[in-house]
Ligand binder design. Sequence first.
Ligand SMILES: [Cu+2]
Length: 195
Amino acid sequence: MSRHHRAMRAFSAALSLPFVAAAFAHLMLPAPEAKAGASANARIILAQAMPHAAAGARTYKIGNLVIEAPWTRATPGGAKVAGGYMKIANSGKEPDRLVGGSFVRSGRFEVHEMSLEGDIMKMRPLARGLEIAPGAAVELKPGGFHIMFMDLKEGLKEGETVAGTLVFEKAGALALEYRVGPIGGGAPSGGHMGH
Ligand SMILES: [Cu+2]
């Protein structure tokens, strides 16, 4: 079993199944506004309320990109991976791509996509990075596109801010801080909330 698979299992265990299902369902079902907006809007992933990140969220700008409310989650004891989330909007005329970055607490930084294969959520690195189309916004969120902080050197605690960078193909590098929200819905042991 690869290092990535182990990391993936640990990450999945940190999420509650109902939450993942809800987040994924949101990603798959276009909201009414998106349907009305014709094909030009088809690539826009609409923002979902993100209560963890709402208070004191920061917005960053670089070139034509606006990065809103970067956040991550507190890690259960010993976890070696965490997800990074934010909304990235591109007001320019050209596409740009999130191609890399860093996070001071982790050894590695990857940009991932998630998809449901059968009953199993799988995630994989995006080889060419994540495209942000002109005039569009992409939300990185649990159950969808996300940044994966791997080989964490130290756990993340709720209420902290942790520095990092994002690197865009055209806009360049941006320094930012992630707010650390609470451990996601599931039991700290990784068990599901089964009732
Ligand atoms: Cu991932």
